[in-house]
Write a protein that binds this ligand. Structure first.
Ligand code: FAD
Length: 613
């Protein structure tokens, strides 16, 4: 067993963790700062693995419209308003104000942001009026991770790789340390690592693996959420999870041009699946379905506020009926004519043409259209043995991509537990129900820096981590681990059962009855004694944590008896029209925490809402 004493412990290895560790070390160079990550640094986690057509990093820069000293206020308004008015406006202000500094920092580290006439090029996302999305291309996140890592390596920060933290230790209401397992060690004695530390920053990312389908890399099990909950911290907005249509094999988000090419959505019987959702529109049905599909390109995640969620409903319902769903680019959907697209859709399409294939081909098939507006995606799939030109289909499903909620933070990135800060996707309250694209990577930088500086300052005036405080906790941890030698259900089976529940009850279609029965099933699974299997103890502890995360998601989703953002609530499974958003009752967020009786939840007004311009 290893016991490590340090002043600040950063848990995670993505862009929030790296920014936090750098900031902590730079704020207090004399402190012992350590970073512990589950996988290999720079390789594991979402930041190092996420890619899409053109990833976004939002920032209000000197040249960003509408210009002037207060341009950031429009950004903060968008975060709050597009988010559905269920986040802290005060955190939106911090995020928006921090954009320029965060951009300048990354730019200074050499992130190759695309420039035009010497200025960072910016594009518009998610219904905002002003272009704020900076980018390097499909690798934006990875470019950020690599630049931060180069800087990080110049500082004297201890790194513990392949080490998964599973428990935060709290004494007299404040953090005293953390307990972890080395995921490479088979023998428990060798695997346990204990950190004696008064200041911990959680930057553990999201929990995509609680769903059967997701675009997260391995290991993203939401440990930060479950550990913070167990330590007594509050979590917020856990019902809001970004979900959208992606390729099941390659995890490529089928947004933008993938939809604007108007492919056929077919099931494994070869039937087009959209028709029945528009049938009520009579002779307008075909045009309505093509235009909805076109608009889906710009509204990728499920959102109540965009009627394009009917596409996600169609895909989800088909899959829940036991069928597979594919995008077929080989021929036009029944009744398709390019002229049925609305004039603004046609204009947008034509503005995106990169390599014209000519009028006749454009009308002939979705493949030609995709080749015309995004030839790179055709090549991308071909390189992964999906040759659209040969008629290969892309199997798709509704996939989880981002957790908008998380461990509730304040403007100083403090959680409600003394000595515990959070940043990045692990943190919550800064985003609402919808998260405009580009704000997650920004959030990691802004709150990562704030968490690092504040944790370091607090640690500088605290007593250093003390081994002696941990002795009892370590003993209890060993006894706890020994209890998993045998049990009622293996960790792998528990995980499978949990994913089934989340996919059936807490994905695109949510109903009161479904959520209640999902919650009951998760509590039943939680009550079973888990047994360790070939995947090891760390896998088992992750799985137990995932059950807690699932319980939080279901609890909040059950309470929110309206629709908002990705939370589509229906009266009945078979309904196509979700229950309406209810601003009179629900411009509020749900905070979940552990109390003596178990999981408690309360509904609160977001902070600073009145400030909306
Ligand atoms: C396909 C895709 C496209 C996206 N596109 C965009 C975009 O264009 N713009 C945007 O702003 N956002 C986008 N996002 C979201 C954004 O990329 C993420 O929210 C962000 O990268 C998360 O960074 P993070 O540092 O919080 O977490 P991560 O990068 O996920 O890092 C978490 C780290 O914590 C470690 N860890 C987890 N648990 C433990 C534990 N128990 N012990 C030790 N270590 C642990 C993991 O190994 C990992 O290193 C996208 C996400 C995806 C999946």
């Amino acid at each position: 067993m290893r016991v490590v004493a340090c002043d600040v412990l950063v848990i995670g290895g993505g862009c929030a963790a790296l920014r936090a560790a750098i900031a902590a070390k730079e704020a207090e160079p004399g402190l012992r700062v350590a970073l512990v990550t589950k996988g290999r640094l720079g390789v594991s986690g979402v930041t190092a693995n996420a890619h899409s057509d053109r990833m976004a990093f939002h920032a209000v820069l000197d040249h960003t419209a509408p210009g002037g000293d207060n341009a950031w206020v429009y950004h903060a308004d968008d975060i709050y308003r597009i988010g559905g008015r269920v986040s802290d406006r005060t955190l939106a202000d911090v995020l928006a104000r921090g954009g320029k500094e965060a951009f300048d920092y990354l730019d200074g580290l050499g992130v190759p942001f695309v420039r035009k006439n010497g200025l960072a090029d910016q594009f518009v996302t998610d219904g905002s009026e002003f272009a704020r999305a900076c980018y390097t291309g499909p690798r934006t996140a990875l470019d950020i991770e690599e630049a931060l890592l180069r800087k990080f390596r110049t500082l004297a920060i201890d790194v513990f790789e392949f080490t998964a933290v599973h428990k935060l230790l709290v004494g007299k209401g404040a953090i005293t340390g953390a307990l972890a397992l080395d995921t490479r060690e088979k023998a428990v004695d060798e695997a346990v690592a204990a950190f004696a530390v008064p200041a911990v920053i959680l930057a553990t990312g999201g929990a995509g693996l609680i769903y059967g389908h997701h675009v997260f890399p391995a290991g993203m099990t939401g440990d930060g959420y479950s550990m913070a909950y167990a330590a007594g911290a509050g979590l917020v907005n856990m019902e809001f999870i970004q979900i959208g249509i992606a390729s099941t094999r390659t995890r490529f988000n089928c947004s933008g041009s993938m939809m604007r090419a108007i492919p056929r959505l077919v099931n494994d019987k070869g039937e087009e699946i959209l028709g029945k959702y528009f049938a009520g529109l009579g002779n307008q049905a075909a045009a309505a379905s093509f235009n909805t599909l076109f608009r889906k390109g710009a509204t990728w995640p499920v959102s109540y506020e965009h009627d394009t969620h009917i596409i996600d409903v169609a895909v989800y319902r088909e899959r829940m009926g036991g069928r597979k769903v594919y995008l077929d680019y080989s021929r036009n959907p029944a009744g398709f004519s390019f002229d049925l697209l609305d004039p603004d859709a046609r204009a947008r399409y034509l503005s995106e043409v990169r390599a014209s294939v000519g009028e006749e081909e454009r009308r002939a098939s979705p493949l030609f259209r995709l080749m015309e507006i995004n030839p790179a995606s055709v090549a991308w799939f071909r390189a992964r043995s999906i040759d659209l030109a040969k008629g290969d289909l892309i199997e798709v499903a509704e996939c989880a991509q981002h957790f908008q909620g998380g461990v509730k933070i304040d403007e100083q990135a403090r959680t409600t537990v003394a000595g515990l800060w959070a940043a990045g996707e692990a943190a919550g309250g800064q985003h609402g129900a919808n998260r405009p694209g580009g704000n997650a990577l920004l959030d990691c930088q802004v709150f990562g820096r704030i968490a690092g500086v504040n944790a370091a300052r607090a640690a500088a005036s605290a007593r250093a981590g003390d081994h002696a405080l941990l002795t009892g906790e370590i003993k209890r941890f060993y006894i706890y681990l020994a209890g998993f030698a045998s049990g009622e259900m293996s960790a792998s089976n528990l995980r499978r059962a949990l994913r089934r529940v989340m996919e059936q009850r807490a994905s695109v279609i949510r109903t009161g009855d479904g959520l209640a029965s999902g919650l009951a099933r998760i509590r039943e699974l939680k009550g079973l004694r888990a047994s360790v299997d070939g995947r090891g103890l760390s896998f088992l502890l992750e799985t137990k944590g995932m059950l807690l995360v699932a319980e939080m998601v279901l609890t909040a989703a059950l309470m929110r008896d309206e629709s908002r953002g990705p939370h589509l609530r229906f009266h009945h499974e078979e309904d196509n029209v979700p229950i309406a958003r209810d601003d009179d009752r629900w411009c509020k967020y749900i905070v979940i925490r552990r109390d003596a009786s178990g999981m408690s939840s309360d509904v609160r007004d977001p902070k600073g809402a009145a400030a909306l311009a």
